[in-house]
Design a protein around this ligand. Structure first.
Ligand SMILES: O=P(O)(O)OC[C@H]1O[C@H](OP(=O)(O)OP(=O)(O)O)[C@H](O)[C@@H]1O
Length: 239
């Protein structure tokens, strides 16, 4: 059946749409445009080091100077080239099908976090943005990661109670202010969060302001720890 379908609908690259041998696999060109994050990276922020600093648990000066609220972050790739194309197609191009391929890569990149995870929770959109976009890209990724890893997922645990401006175009300081008090765990969801270790899922991390604000709300609701898994991460300053 699958072989027959392959003749009628030949598999295409999720990145550029070119024909591929395997379904859901990137073509060679898109693959070479994906800058995967591999060790050595900062164990807190998940950002790569420019130099190979040897083995052992390495923490970047940035994570020491300004520790994030979440415990550990991991991402598949740097937010450029193919990674940026995939995120944009998923989020702005209505290519919801890409969430499966992206989640597969996220499940692999986040395997050390997933080992300790009790519950997978997406970064929520405010109801107005959800209504406009019609889907939450983070929820699509979170559901697929939960399915692939056999972990439970709760897309309603965390609410975005303020309609924040998009983070795009804001400075680091503005991003942090923009997210203040934006997330809340409802009274009804508190019992699902309390005593659990949460894996927070989003599409991109830039400054970590979104991850920090969401993690703060989850910790206030009694989560024992929060890790952050995104598809891509920006290593430089925003703007
Ligand atoms: O690490 P940060 O500096 O907080 O930036 C990352 C956040 O920015 C984007 O969301 P945005 O608020 O722009 O909304 P969107 O989902 O509409 O893109 C992205 O989806 C992350 O949630």
């Amino acid at each position: 059946m699958a072989a027959g379908l392959g003749l009628v609908y030949p598999p295409t690259c999720p990145g550029c749409g070119a024909a591929t041998a395997e379904p859901h696999a990137l073509c060679a060109t898109c693959w070479s445009g994906l800058h995967l994050i591999e060790r050595p990276f900062c164990e807190r922020l998940g950002t790569p080091f420019a130099l190979d600093l040897g083995t052992g648990s390495l923490i970047s000066p940035k994570a020491i100077a300004d520790p994030p609220v979440f415990e550990r972050a991991r991402a598949v790739a740097l937010y450029d080239g193919t990674a940026r194309d995939l995120v944009h197609r998923l989020k702005y191009g209505d290519r919801l099908d890409l969430s499966h391929t992206m989640a597969r890569m996220m499940t692999a990149a986040g395997r050390d976090l997933l080992t300790d995870t009790d519950l997978v929770v997406p970064v929520p959109l405010h109801v107005l943005r959800l209504w406009r976009r019609r889907f939450n890209q983070a929820a699509l990724l979170a559901r697929a990661i939960a399915r692939q890893s056999g972990k439970p997922c709760d897309v309603r645990a965390l609410n975005r109670v303020r309609a924040t401006r998009p983070q795009v175009g804001l400075t680091r300081h503005q991003r942090s202010l923009n997210l203040q008090g934006a997330f809340r765990v409802s009274e009804a969801a508190r019992m699902r969060i309390a005593g659990r270790r949460i894996l927070l899922v989003d599409d991109v991390t830039t400054t970590g302001a979104t991850g920090n604000a969401a993690a703060r709300a989850l910790l206030r609701a009694g989560a024992t720890g929060v890790d952050l898994l995104t598809f891509a991460t920006v290593t430089g300053e925003p703007l």
